[in-house]
Ligand binder design. Structure first.
Ligand code: ATP
Ligand code: MG
Length: 331
């Protein structure tokens, strides 16, 4: 049977890259009646320097945001990673199967460690924790953005390695990539980088909770080039093409269709058209968020129920792992 798992870090706000690359797909899978588990992966959030008070607030904020986007706790399991102890335990076991040099090749490590003076061990090994997150639920499919494909490959290798060594235990998980998001959503300030929660400049991303005037301002300032015509050429014109990708994914229209619809507008005028589309899409989500964030007791209850359901599945897998690797003594 199919089981779907994915996670999101409670660092900062959900942005349009997260929404289009991952969350939009999560909701579709949930509403199709799939067996789905979503995790707010707080243990991953402490791999970069963080403020405890902020993290703790962000966990509730991310919960409210995901619910506002359409995650339904009656259909999905939504839980906070650190409340299920076995993630860290399975991570240790998988770490024992991972070659040190294998992790150095992963691009996210390179990108994120660049800005640090001293690189924490956790930043190096977090893809192993990610593999544990996935395998613990025996997930078959992992809907993620294109930037995560290499991490899912590591999870596949570890599943195969574990099965070979200790007997068949884990299904080999596949990444589910939103076809249109094979172009990952780019930073508005520098279209050679992806849009990221952890980017220092908030103008680089469109946050799901940004007020309309902020959204409009950021889109107006988005870096394009000196050609005024609106054309979709991701290689040659990454800036304007990124805007068209966003537009296309929000509306389901193809890039070509969009270009012909706005034929005659220059990029400046086109930005205003796109801003309208984005504001219309995000306004109901922002309003629902404002309602939910005033109900912390409800949010906490959702997370508690999630922990309970997740623990049930995770404990079974962990028990099986313990048995297989020889942690149980049957004298
Ligand atoms: P951080 O900068 O802290 O890593 P992030 O923006 O990369 O934050 P994550 O929590 O790491 O967000 O990722 C959540 C999900 O969003 C993942 O499935 C990831 O692949 C997807 N995602 C993140 N950024 C983009 C993007 N620019 N375009 C498409 N998908 C994205
Ligand atoms: Mg990330």
């Amino acid at each position: 049977p199919k089981r779907i798992f994915s996670g999101i870090q409670p660092t900062g706000n959900l942005h349009l890259g997260n929404y289009l690359g991952a969350v939009q797909k999560w909701i579709e899978l949930q509403d199709n009646g799939e067996n789905v588990i979503w995790s707010i992966v707080d243990m991953h959030s402490i791999t970069l320097p963080h403020d405890p008070k902020e993290l703790s607030n962000n966990i509730l904020k991310m919960t409210a945001t995901l619910l506002a986007c359409g995650i339904d706790p009656k259909k999905s399991i939504l839980f906070q990673q650190s409340t299920v102890d076995t993630h860290a335990q399975l991570c240790w076991v998988l770490g024992c199967l991972t070659a040190f040099t294998r992790l150095a090749r992963l691009p996210q490590f390179k990108e994120k460690s660049e800005i640090l003076k001293s690189i924490p061990l956790s930043l190096y090994i977090y893809p192993v924790l990610q593999a544990a997150d996935i395998l613990l639920y025996k997930a078959t499919d992992v809907p993620v953005g294109q930037d995560q494909v290499q991490h899912i490959q590591l999870a596949q290798e570890l599943a195969i390695k574990f099965n070979k060594k200790f007997g068949n235990t884990f299904p080999v998980p596949h990444s589910l990539i939103n076809e249109d998001a094979s172009q990952r959503i780019k930073s508005l300030r520098d279209p050679s980088k992806k849009m990221s929660k952890s980017d220092q400049t908030s103008k680089s991303r469109l946050d799901i909770l940004d007020k309309p005037e902020i959204l409009i301002e950021k889109i107006k300032k988005a870096v394009t080039d000196f050609t005024s015509k609106v054309t979709y050429e991701p290689e040659k014109r990454p800036g304007v093409s990124n805007l068209i990708t966003i537009h296309s994914m929000l509306t389901g229209k193809s890039p070509d269709q969009i270009c012909s619809e706005v034929d005659g507008l220059d990029t400046g005028k086109y930005k205003l058209v796109l801003a309208d589309v984005i504001v219309e899409k995000l306004t109901p989500i922002r309003e629902e968020f404002s309602r939910l964030i005033k109900e912390p007791a409800y949010l906490q209850e959702v997370l508690r129920n999630g922990t309970e359901s997740a623990t049930e599945i995770a404990s079974d897998s962990w028990c099986e792992v313990r048995n297989k690797i020889g942690f149980e003594n049957d004298i």
